[in-house]
Design a protein around this ligand. Sequence first.
Ligand code: FAD
Length: 490
Amino acid sequence: MDKDLLLKEVRALLGDAQVNTDPEALYDASADRYKKYAKARRVLDVPPPAAIVYPRSTEEVARLLSFCNEHGINVIPRAGKTSTEGGLENWKELTLVIDALHLDKILKIDEYNMQATVQAGVPLQKLEDALRERGYTTGHSPQSKPVAKFGGLVATRSIGQFSTLYGGIEDMVVGLECVFPNGQICRIKNVPRRSGGPDIRHIAIGNEGSLCYITEVTVKIYRYFPENNRFYGYLTKDLATGIQVLREVMVNGYRPSVARAYSEEDARQHFYHFHKGKCVLLFMAEGNRHIVDATCKGIEEAVAKFKDGILEQVSSELIENWFNHLNWSQQDIDDEFEGMKEKDSHDGFTTEVSADWETIPKLYDNVIRRIRSEFPRAHDLTLLGGHSSHSYINGTNMYFVYNYEINCAPEDEMRVYHHPIQRIIVEETLKLGGSMCHHHGIGKYRNEWTQQEHGSAYFMLKKLKEAFDPNGIMNFGAIFYQEEGAKFQK
Ligand SMILES: Cc1cc2nc3c(=O)[nH]c(=O)nc-3n(C[C@H](O)[C@H](O)[C@H](O)COP(=O)(O)OP(=O)(O)OC[C@H]3O[C@@H](n4cnc5c(N)ncnc54)[C@H](O)[C@@H]3O)c2cc1C
């Protein structure tokens, strides 16, 4: 099938108004924030999709997928467009981007059963605002909350700033609806728990558009007690101290909503007004008053235990104020993109990994040492550091951050800067038994390591792809390495 025939057929399926072939919109749809610098400079090396389509119902999604499956058309599911790892990047000439724009309804807020059901195109902020009016919260708060939508949040296995209390999206989703390439619509019912075989929610959660299209999601909701929020901040002598305190709090069973430890350089960009060249440790406790009181006591005890590494306490207003300005609006994202048309630097490229408590400090040191000594453009780095922002009983994450001046052609930026740094981070993580991707997903630029990430269990992942997407039409290159896509990864 050629592009003209494809467009004709899709217009017949949906009608003209739901098919967008505007060249600017297609250019925008050809890549996500992974290649934002090349995109801003208009030197992208990937093809635009044939069209962006906007289904109005699950049935229309099913019709579109069946059609694409039958004719071998690549499909990229799209929601809020905040993807950071190339999940929305297009590597095929014949591609339809299926955008959840019109799947934008909050279907039910069920206060008695403490759950809410939304369509995939509902922005998280929209549900959160509706819940807050009634005294509830989703507990989900990624920095992209104002923009990201439920389809993408579930498909990337996202996590929010309050994860230590509420968990990641996988802990929140109680049921969902999704559509497979053959047009099969599946509704996973909303129950508190069941032992009805493997947990099939996880076939959709984290699939990054490579197995199915998520159309509807039901999440838990929580009582919201903002009046009980408490904040703590400290300067620490090193990152290892911060991580030790985080561990102490977690292993003693406390669940602050936020628990974070920053390296000196990363602290410099976030807390320039008070960090004094030191590392920063911070906490937030929230929820029911009695639980908050106990959590605060746990934090204070953990800090006291490691007092030799704690340099001073920071005013809680500074921490609270910082939190209130952390999220990115669409305007912030657009401003950053506009800025890249002029500015030759990257502020905040990241790679996020996870490992157990014992491994994380070692991993951090190995990575920083290798980048400083092996990365040929280390002299262009303006910041190199990281923070731990999501902790668990058995370990934590490390969010490596690196900013740099770009002294090369815009189209070479990823090859010259990001890829060599990312490679060091991934190699060190996998060598020490950690996970190379804590919450941004694999996208299309970590797929060369997917097999290594999963080891012998890759068998299971591969079988899912073969079973649910036998014709390989779902988001070509996402999660699964494709020889044909390798040219775009260079
Ligand atoms: C400023 C900023 C801050 C961020 N902060 C965080 C953070 O704190 N925590 C975090 O986890 N992430 C964060 N991210 C990453 C990003 O916001 C998340 O990955 C988010 O979940 C993506 O949601 P989205 O709606 O924008 O999805 P999109 O970008 O539209 O899509 C993301 C991926 O999901 C797939 N997808 C989209 N919709 C569907 C669907 N209906 N069915 C199946 N697959 C689908 C796409 O194909 C793509 O692979 C941040 C990003 C930015 C830009």
